[in-house]
Structure formats: structure tokens, C-alpha cells
Design a protein around this ligand. Structure first.
Ligand code: CMC
Length: 430
């Protein structure tokens, strides 16, 4: 064995094994040969929540959590946020390269072409309770789309994957906007294909009786940048759900429903809503020290702080903080911003947060902007799911075409009872 290997000595047997190191990893399967007795199963790794396990090789998103770096297909997030559009970024994610002008035009046309949803989906949305959470509606309706597009089952057909990708990126805003309109008892506003991706989304959400909705260009661009920032984030909980469910070779609508459900949770896409609730609970700058004390006592978590990967300032949070100023020039300043800024200042100077490397993440400021733009809190995770669809689809296609991949099926360490005989109910004492 050369230098790029690991020598393991099993102290139970005294045997030595050489395991190759490739890309700073060892293959978990290379441990299977390590057995104390010939009929042993072989050694496994125990890694709940995959904190130190690479589940795939990927060429999509690069994160250096210690340095606070995020790149899509090699391009720094700061450059994309400044110079790109969401649709161009979505193209980059799903196709691997920035589009040529004609390709971007065709891509934008295809997405626009697919924004309408079948009228029956409307009836389906009508069936939800009047105060149904829009994220619950989104999970249900995007899953239901699989029944409208049976051709989506042909997941190894390049053309089918291409069409479903366009449909999903195009229809998620429509489903999301319809879910919102339903939850506030407003008639649905159909897509306006003259508008940009985010302009049309704002129109479907906020259009009233006017013949044409004119989105505010600052808010339209701000939302586009927020969409760029949320488009992918390598192997997070919902992407892992997308890959894992997709690995059973189900259609992409069903897999996206699973990914959206994963995003619904308060530790993932629900965190920005939790941040607003926390800021409202704090209520005033003078209450911050007492709240920090509760966090340090383990009673509550500082929502919008901390990240499994970033042990530095989340680069997305930095960009969002800048957008906040532009948005507040158009909307009224969100009074919660002052509490957030002071909370950040105090936390970043506090030994508890410094020692645990807890910094603001993407969700710390995004909710404040969304609220200022007129979105109710229920819509926050939905605003995450729409742009993340491009990332999910890129990761799904990469997984499908990766020869190393199979149906996801982790092992377990069984600690339950050994075999025992069934006891008839009459023989069981109360
Ligand atoms: N407030 C207070 N303490 C915290 C926080 C927090 N927000 N986050 C982590 N810690 C502490 C935690 O108590 C633990 O301390 P100890 O080592 O003494 O037990 C230590 O830091 C490590 O925490 P962990 O829970 O083991 O870290 P994790 O990698 O499993 O969790 C996290 C990551 C994002 C779930 C967590 O930081 C958290 O709950 N943050 C608040 C929720 C939040 O903002 N989520 C949005 C994440 S970004 C959007 C996305 O990508 O989905």
C-alpha cells in the first residue's frame, strides 16, 4: 500500500488491514473485511445524522464551512448574487455550465411555457381547510402532480427528465402562490408570462383587481437574489431526502414532495419563521440579555444561529443583510431588524457563541425581509422550497446517473431484545 492509505489494526485479532484513502475519505465498505470471527458480518461505521459520512460524490455545490465559502459549480455565491439571475443560476445548477445567451433565452421560455397548472389541481387546493398551512398544501400538490404526468416515471429518459425539470421549476411558484391565495380566501391569480420569474410570482401572490400587476423592481430583484442564495446547499436534510427517496426510482414529483416535507421542519426551512417568532417574543432590545441567558442555560435555542457545516459567518447571511437595506428603502423598515442587529452584536461577542462557533445563518435575516415585503410567516418555508427545487433536481439527476449509487438503505446497530417466544395474551399479566 502506498502513502494514500490507512493501516488499521484490529486489537481483537491482531490482524492488520490496509484501507485506501481517496478524496480524503475511506470507503465504509472497506471495513467490512474486518472480522473477529469468520462468520461475523464485518465492521460497520456508526454515524447517526451522517455527521461524518459522505453519501455521494458531487460536482454541484462546494461549501467550506470553516472559511464561510459557498460556490455553485465553482462560481462564488457573491458573484452569482451580484451578477446572475435566479433562472440563470437554476440553469447552471441543473446543466452544469452558465448558459450561452440563446440557451438562457430558450430555458426562460421553456420555464414560462410551463407555469400553468392543470385546472384539477385548483380543485385539489380548494379541498384544503381554509387555514391550511401553505407548505402543507405545497407538499400535497407537488406530490399530486405526479398523477398528472405519468411520463415522469421514465426517469432514465433524458428528454423526460428535461421536461419534468422545466415543469417543476415553472410550477412550484404557481402552486405556492395558489396555496397562499387559498389560505387567505382570495381568488387564484393566473401566471403572467410577460413578467420575470419572480415578477410573475409576486403577481400571482399580490395581484388584486388591476388588469396587470407591476412588481416593484427593487423587490423583484431582491426576491431573485434571495432565490439565488437558496438554490442549493449540497447534502442538507431536504436534499438528502430528495436523493434518498429518488434512489427508489420514483418520479421526481414524489421525490420533490418528500424533499419539501423535509424542508418544512423548524430545524431546516422553518427556521426563518422561528426567528421572527423569537424576535417578537424578545420584543424589545432591553430584553435581549435575559433571552441570551435562557439560550446559554439550554432552555431555548437562538434561532437563525448555528449551522451543521458553517463554523463561520454564513456567506448567504452577509448578502441578505445587504439586501435588507435596499428592501427597507421601498417598504417600511421592519422594527424587528433593530432587535436582530443587537442580538447578533451581543451574541458574536459572547464566549458561549464564540466557543461553539455559532454565527448567523441564512435564516437570521431572510424572515425580516420577507415580512417587510408583505409575506406572512407561513409562506417563509415556501419561499425556500421554490428556489431549492433547482438544486434538488440537479442533485436528483446527478444521483440517478452516478454508477456508484443504489437504493439508499442504511444499516443499523440492533440493540433490542434477542429472540424470545410469543406469549398468548391470556398468559400475559396486567
Ligand atoms: N442556539 C444555542 N445553542 C446552539 C445553537 C443555537 N442556535 N445551535 C447549536 N447550539 C449548541 C448546541 O446546544 C450544542 O452545544 P453542546 O455542544 O454544549 O451540546 C452545540 O452548539 C452544537 O449543536 P448541535 O445541535 O450539535 O449542532 P448541529 O450541527 O446538530 O445543529 C443546527 C445545527 C442548525 C440544527 C443548530 O445550530 C440549530 O438548531 N440552530 C437553530 C435553528 C436554525 O437556525 N436552523 C437553520 C439552519 S440554516 C438553514 C438550513 O440550511 O436549513
Amino acid at each position: 500500500m502506498g502513502k494514500d492509505s490507512l493501516t488499521i489494526t484490529d486489537n481483537r485479532t491482531g490482524k492488520t488491514y490496509d484501507v485506501p484513502i481517496e478524496n480524503e475519505t475511506i470507503s465504509a465498505m472497506s471495513l467490512r473485511q474486518i472480522k473477529a470471527k469468520p462468520d461475523d458480518f464485518g465492521l460497520m461505521t456508526y454515524d447517526p445524522a451522517f455527521t461524518n459520512t459522505a453519501s455521494c460524490k458531487s460536482r454541484i455545490t462546494y461549501i467550506d464551512g470553516d472559511k464561510g465559502i459557498l460556490r455553485y459549480r465553482g462560481y462564488p455565491i457573491e458573484q452569482l448574487a451580484e451578477k446572475s439571475s435566479y433562472l440563470e443560476t437554476a440553469y447552471l445548477l441543473v446543466k452544469g455550465e452558465l448558459p450561452k445567451p440563446s440557451h438562457l433565452k430558450a430555458f426562460a421560455h421553456n420555464i414560462t411555457f410551463h407555469t400553468m397548472i392543470h385546472e384539477n389541481i385548483k380543485k385539489f387546493i380548494d379541498g384544503f381547510h381554509h387555514d391550511a398551512h401553505p407548505m402543507g398544501i405545497l407538499v400535497g400538490t407537488v406530490g399530486a402532480l405526479s398523477t398528472f404526468y405519468p411520463d415522469a416515471k421514465r426517469i432514465f429518459d433524458t428528454e423526460s427528465r428535461r421536461v419534468q425539470t422545466h415543469r417543476l421549476i415553472a410550477k412550484m411558484p404557481t402552486l405556492a402562490a395558489f396555496a397562499y391565495r387559498h389560505s387567505i380566501g382570495m381568488p387564484y391569480a393566473y401566471p403572467d408570462n410577460d413578467l420575470s420569474y419572480t415578477g410573475n410570482f409576486l403577481s400571482m401572490l399580490f395581484k388584486m383587481t388591476e388588469l396587470k400587476y407591476h412588481p416593484n423592481p427593487v423587490l423583484e430583484r431582491a426576491l431573485d437574489v434571495l432565490f439565488i442564495l437558496h438554490a442549493d446547499h449540497e447534502q442538507n436534510c431536504s436534499t438528502n431526502a430528495m436523493r434518498s427517496v429518488g434512489s427508489s426510482h420514483v418520479d421526481p414529483y414524489s421525490a420533490i414532495a418528500a424533499a419539501t416535507a423535509a424542508l418544512y421542519g423548524p430545524l431546516h426551512g422553518g427556521a426563518n419563521e422561528a426567528v421572527i417568532r423569537m424576535l417578537m417574543e424578545i420584543g424589545d432590545i432591553k430584553n435581549i440579555p435575559a433571552y441570551i441567558k435562557r439560550v446559554k442555560g439550554g432552555e431555548v435555542r437562538l434561532m437563525g444561529f448555528g449551522h451543521r457545516i458553517y463554523k463561520n459567518y454564513d456567506p448567504r447571511a452577509k448578502i441578505i443583510k445587504q439586501i435588507a437595506d435596499q428592501v427597507f428603502e421601498v417598504t417600511r423598515r421592519n422594527s424587528l431588524l433593530d432587535i436582530a442587529l443587537e442580538l447578533e452584536r451581543i451574541a458574536l461577542a459572547d464566549e458561549y457563541f464564540i466557543s461553539k462557533k455559532l454565527y448567523p445563518n441564512v435564516d437570521f435575516y431572510s424572515g425580516i425581509i420577507y415580512q417587510a415585503m408583505g409575506f406572512p410567516m407561513d409562506m417563509f418555508p415556501v419561499l425556500f422550497a421554490i428556489p431549492r427545487t433547482a438544486g434538488w433536481l440537479a442533485q436528483w439527476a446527478e444521483m440517478l446517473l452516478d454508477e456508484d449509487q443504489k437504493i439508499a438503505r442504511p444499516r443499523q446497530v440492533y440493540l433490542g431484545p434477542a429472540v424470545r417466544d410469543y406469549v398468548p395474551i391470556e398468559a400475559r399479566t396486567e
